[in-house]
Write a new protein. Structure first.
Length: 176
């Protein structure tokens, strides 16, 4: 049991470092993003990183003290489906949006962060031995994939709003 606990604690420690880097990055880009859609999405992602950090710290504390995985599902993101939130924001702002090069670079960095997080958690899933650990990792993979997809969607929207509306609104070139 001690070996599994030590492995889990190490995984959680690495996960916390990754989430802290993500939080610091999103905190920085919230203040530098030049458009309101990006700023709002980065705020949501920043809050999610904070929730992830709280979740990891809660589990780490429990494992350190009693070597038992604890409930963490009371630490859920309050916003719901990120894709739906982004689509709503995009529709509200329309296709006439300005975006700076720095905003697109920030999206690329965020996309890379989220892709690496998914890869990390997928690798950890193979090593998980406790059902609660497995559930935690699966939830983190799901949330990180959601972040990745939202950032990819936002990148398309900001770099080519017309294509985004054509693709997401399922309108055809024939008007259908």
């Amino acid at each position: 049991m001690k070996k599994d606990t030590d492995r889990s604690l190490k995984m959680l420690s690495t996960a916390l470092e990754m989430e802290e880097k993500g939080r610091a990055f999103y905190e920085r880009v919230v203040s530098t993003c030049t458009n309101s859609v990006g700023r709002e999405m980065f705020k949501i992602l920043l809050e999610d990183e904070k929730i992830h950090m709280d979740r990891i710290k809660t589990i780490y504390k429990s494992l350190s003290g009693s070597e038992v995985w604890c409930a963490w599902d009371n630490l859920e993101a309050p916003h719901g489906n990120l894709a739906a939130i982004f689509r709503k924001m995009a529709k509200e702002h329309g296709s006439k949006i300005t975006v700076g090069t720095d905003d697109l670079e920030a999206l690329d960095i965020g996309i890379d962060f989220e892709a690496r997080s998914v890869e990390f958690y997928e690798a950890q899933l193979q090593k998980a031995t406790d059902k609660m650990e497995t559930d935690f990792i699966k939830e983190m993979i799901s949330e990180e994939r959601s972040h990745y997809a939202a950032l990819e969607d936002m990148k398309l929207y900001l770099s080519d709003p017309s294509s985004w509306f054509r693709e997401r609104e399922r309108g055809g070139l024939d008007g259908g």
